[in-house]
Design a binder for this molecule. Structure first.
Ligand SMILES: Nc1ncnc2c1ncn2[C@@H]1O[C@H](COP(=O)(O)OP(=O)(O)O)[C@@H](O)[C@H]1O
Ligand SMILES: Cc1ncc(COP(=O)(O)O)c(N)n1
Length: 269
């Protein structure tokens, strides 16, 4: 057999580890595999986490994050980056400084709290997210809790999502993807760059196994961008992927189980 020479696009996640395998680095790498890109990781923190919540969290030193990033970027190269849990102001600022120098598109999921309400970002880091990280984002993907933390806007309907997008865009990302997963009714998200407006609608599945939805969506967007898609196309494809993964989410442990990253490889039920 001839040796393969074509290489897949490379996508880097800069995020925390979820020992339960549903969110964080683990969700990101599974999503990347499902999209046919080569996934790589810069670990920012380790969490002891399961379907019931976060039992412990330990952040890595700034030098460890810097060194992982240099190892990956200087040798292998990246076609897109996704950021998730960054834990502290020092890590947010370090990652923002590293990403300011890349030409690759950057998807920022400004992770604040887990589905169980456990803090994954120090309160004093919010200002660094606003002033350092969001300005280097190609796409920022806050959920409605993160919108409230970052902008003070409480969103209860679709017109509120439009206002939230304006406020998030004012911090400097090229596109805002406001996720309406925490509202009721259809699962509606808004993607906008301040002029074009794309509403993404999917049925809301009555499935409580939604651990890792935000990480999965952001990693799917980063994968699409690395494959050469434009932002609206990458987001539309990512929405279809996360919707299928939520629909197929399964019970693990006694609490909120994970979405199914491999749903496209399983026979339809
Ligand atoms: N029950 C559900 N059924 C279908 N889609 C959902 C459901 N819950 C969330 N989503 C979608 O999952 C994606 C992640 O959204 P969200 O859950 O708000 O993010 P996060 O995980 O950051 O809290 C969004 O596209 C949202 O619309
Ligand atoms: C390490 C890590 N990163 C991100 C999330 C957010 O995921 P979710 O909002 O689905 O709990 C998490 N729970 N753990």
């Amino acid at each position: 057999m001839p040796i393969r020479t074509a290489v897949p696009p490379r996508v880097l996640t800069v995020a925390g580890s979820d020992s339960g395998g549903g969110a964080g680095i683990q969700a990101d790498l599974k999503t990347m595999l499902a999209h046919g890109v080569h996934g790589m990781s810069v670990l920012t923190a380790v969490t002891a986490q399961n379907s019931l919540g976060v039992q412990g969290a330990w952040e890595l030193p700034v030098e460890a994050v810097r060194a992982q990033y240099r190892s990956v970027v200087d040798d292998i190269g990246v076609q897109a980056v996704k950021t998730g849990m960054l834990a502290s102001a020092a890590l947010v600022e370090t990652v923002a400084e590293l990403l300011a120098a890349t030409d690759a598109p950057v998807v920022v999921d400004p992770v604040g709290v887990s589905k169980h309400g456990d803090a994954l970002l120090a309160a004093e880091a919010l200002d660094s997210v606003r002033t350092k990280l969001l300005p280097v984002a190609t796409v920022a993907t806050p959920n409605l809790d993160e919108v409230a933390q970052l902008t003070g806007v409480t969103v209860t309907d679709e017109s509120g999502m439009r206002r939230a997008a304006e406020e998030i865009l004012a911090f400097g990302p090229r596109w805002a993807l406001i996720k309406g997963g925490h509202l009721t009714g259809d699962a509606v998200d808004l993607l906008t760059d301040g002029s074009a407006e794309h509403w993404l609608r999917a049925p809301r599945y009555d499935n409580r196994h939604t651990h890792g939805t935000g990480c999965t969506l952001a990693s799917a967007v980063a994968s699409g961008l690395a494959l050469g898609q434009d932002v609206p196309t990458a987001v539309e494809n990512a929405k279809a992927y996360v919707t299928g993964a939520i629909r197929a989410g399964f019970p693990l442990g006694g609490g909120i189980g994970p979405v199914d990253h491999g749903w496209r490889t399983r026979p339809a039920e």
